[in-house]
Design a protein around this ligand. Structure first.
Ligand code: C2E
Ligand code: MG
Ligand code: MG
Ligand code: MG
Length: 277
């Protein structure tokens, strides 16, 4: 006991220093990737209507193929980009790319298509965000009502009034707002009434538990009821089985997304899959 407090060294848990270095290296490599241009791309996953499973639109999902590590998942590099501030430029690139693809007919080239783009709370905290969205729409010519911006409940951690005002400004352009991963955050169902949103995306975890009996069915039913009373559309995320599809349709859920209907894929693959339908 006498020795404690003297000659103490800060010790890292095994692997901790490596993890920090790893993040620093990834942050540097991401900057290089943004300059290089050919490592970053968008994949698109279909959003379908229920019960029929017809394609309604697509969600853009960012992909990074690192020159030596291979694919790095967005859940790993997006938080790094948020910390370094790179998310501003990266998010603007995603927005421009996605609306340009959608304006060009996205999957089948028959005309402008609906597209959903994920937006980080850090992007939304920036004063210039509304201008970035307006500029992307203007450059592409995509009608604003075909664009959905997906935000998570984490945006509520910031200045709620400022965030709501900015979301409303984007909505005033005609863009629709979705709350992503709904049910996983700290906000209550009633919080939804305060947010200027149009769409609720039910998190995959609840969809996974559907039809197993238990609280997931009750929870999904109450989200649907609340959404109906607020005239919001509902998209169920992560639908992987026909049983889940049927359960959601029976509960009255109008839209779904998941591996059952299509995995995220590059544009040429998504286009081929649709043409085969
Ligand atoms: P998200 O927006 O909730 O996207 C859904 C995630 O679930 C995607 O993972 C998608 O590939 C995956 N997914 C879709 N259907 C299924 C399914 O049936 N089963 C399973 N197990 N997974 C499914 P991904 O592409 O790895 O993206 C993860 C998260 O990274 C996204 O979650 C989103 O929060 C973030 N992200 C992706 N692209 C962007 C972006 O351009 N900007 C920002 N800020 N975040 C992004
Ligand atoms: Mg999303
Ligand atoms: Mg989601
Ligand atoms: Mg999610």
């Amino acid at each position: 006991a006498k020795a404690t407090g003297r000659n103490r060294v800060v010790t890292f848990a095994p692997g901790m220093a490596e993890a920090v270095l790893d993040r620093v290296e990834l942050a540097e490599d991401l900057t290089a990737a943004m300059a290089a241009g050919d490592q970053l791309s968008l994949h698109y996953q279909p959003v379908v209507t229920l019960p029929d499973g017809r394609v309604h639109g697509h969600e853009a999902l960012l992909r990074w193929r690192h020159p030596t590590r291979g694919p790095v998942p967005p859940l790993k590099f997006v938080p790094i980009a948020e910390q370094t501030g790179a998310i501003g430029a990266l998010g603007a690139w995603v927005l421009h790319r996605a609306v340009a693809d959608a304006a060009a007919g996205l999957a089948d080239g028959s005309g402008p298509s609906r597209v959903a783009v994920n937006v980080s709370a850090v992007q939304l905290a920036d004063e210039g965000f509304v201008d970035v969205v307006a500029a992307a729409l203007a450059a592409s010519g995509l009608p604003a009502h075909l664009l959905v911006l997906e935000v998570t409940e984490s945006v509520l951690a910031d200045d709620v009034d400022a965030v709501c005002a900015r979301l409303q400004a984007v909505r005033d352009l005609g863009v629709r707002i979705a709350i992503d991963d709904f049910g996983t955050g700290y906000s209550s169902l009633s919080y939804l009434r305060r947010l200027p949103v149009d769409i609720v995306k039910i998190d995959r975890s609840f969809v996974t538990d559907l039809a197993r009996g238990g609280s997931a069915t009750t929870l999904v039913a109450s989200i649907l009821e609340l959404a109906r009373s607020l005239s919001l559309d509902v998209v169920a995320e992560g639908v992987e089985t026909p049983v889940q599809q049927v359960a959601l349709a029976e509960l009255g859920c109008s839209f779904a997304q998941g591996y059952l209907f299509g995995r995220p894929a590059p544009l040429d693959t998504a286009a081929r899959a649709l043409q085969l339908d």
